[in-house]
Design a protein around this ligand. Sequence first.
Ligand code: 5RP
Length: 215
Amino acid sequence: MKKAAARAAMEWVQDNSVVGVGSGSTANFFIDELAKRKDFIEGAVASSEPTATRLRDAGIQVLELNETGDLSVYVDGADEVNDRLQLIKGGGGALTREKIVAAASTTFVCIADASKQVTVLGEFPLPIEVIPMARSYVGRQIVKLGGDPDLRDGFTTDNGNLILDVYNLDITNPLELERQFNQIAGVVCCGIFAQRPADILLLGQKDGSVSKVEL
Ligand code: 5RP
């Protein structure tokens, strides 16, 4: 299902362009597809160090976002997606760079298997990237917002920070909750992607087909 969605995303990859590439197992399938077109694209901007390594191993040039300017397309997976194409991301801990590359891209194509589609976001624990010295403070603020934070053990992000996975949140208003988390001092990034949702969702189905949802 992930592979089928990844393959379908190639329709949005233009010749001679720089492609934004996400992180995770679905994005890895996309890199496999992109590798087949490596001679026709200029390169890629990676949303994590593992993605950068995988792109280079596939023979795709990795470029810095500071050099490329805005991108035409960003392709990435998600942990959950609702019918407004708002997402929870960060299961792999790459949410901050993912949010940056998504923000800098004209079209965000989300690729996922059908199990990621939900009515209300929040069954998947919400990842929040936090500056290490603010860990306890941010945890207390999260409790005030109704969540149960859990430090991701032994994990450091590509930016040298920590991840709090937050359980039991009511995410019926993703835009507002994203705004509230963004205002807590010490929060680097919250895994709700509502201010910048996906533009297109490609969902791999069990029968091998891919359904498309467009905002
Ligand atoms: C990484 C992410 C991934 O997109 C998300 O965890 C989905 O992963 P997968 O494609 O392996 O199911 O946000 O930070």
